[in-house]
Design a protein around this ligand. Structure first.
Ligand code: ZN
Length: 183
């Protein structure tokens, strides 16, 4: 049993790998830039398939994208809402979780990310609910949102586990950031 599966071992929620859709990260980068110099915060939606946790979309909380900062109002989360964790931006050079972040991690899911300046794929850090850094890979998993026929797709064809960042993805991010710099 690997380190991660030990941490996440749980009757309902069992996975030993995490894969994050690149569009989810693109959205976080977009909204983090919009919220700057304040923080942006959202929840992670996704699903487990074959013991892999796929993060496939964001759940936005009311009031979190404006100029009010990313104070985590857990009373804004409907009690029936299912989510896997949180993501937020740090408008500074460090993606280390604060004490408040560690508390949020422990209460609100299993997988958490922080992105720091300059917002890009490279400045994301991922944490488990205890604040330990964990590994993840980036790919294209949007089809998992749309239907349950995903066996027609082999997501491993799109991005291998070892290929976290392809040059194409980096270029895309640079362009993306450039847009905001120009703005
Ligand atoms: Zn934070």
């Amino acid at each position: 049993m690997s380190f991660i599966s030990k941490i996440f071992h749980n009757k309902e929620k069992k996975f030993n790998k995490i894969k994050v859709d690149q569009e989810v990260l693109n959205s976080v980068i977009y909204y983090a830039n919009q919220a700057y110099p304040n923080e942006f915060l959202a929840l992670f939606d996704g699903k487990i398939k074959d013991k892999i946790l796929y993060i496939t979309s964001l759940i936005f909380l009311p009031g979190e994208t404006g100029n009010s900062g990313a104070v985590f109002h857990s009373d804004m989360i409907p009690p029936t809402l299912k989510y896997w964790g949180t993501v937020h931006s740090h408008p500074g050079p460090s993606a280390q979780p604060s004490d408040a972040d560690l508390y949020t991690f422990s209460k609100h899911g299993l997988f958490h990310m922080i992105v720091c300046l300059p917002y890009s794929y490279q400045t994301f850090k991922a944490y488990d609910k205890y604040g330990n850094t964990i590994n993840y890979t980036i790919g294209n998993y949007e089809h998992l949102n749309k239907n349950d026929y995903d066996d027609f797709f082999d997501e491993d064809d799109i991005l291998d586990d070892n290929e976290i960042l392809k040059p194409g993805l980096l270029d895309e991010t640079d362009e993306f950031n450039q847009e905001f710099n120009d703005f």
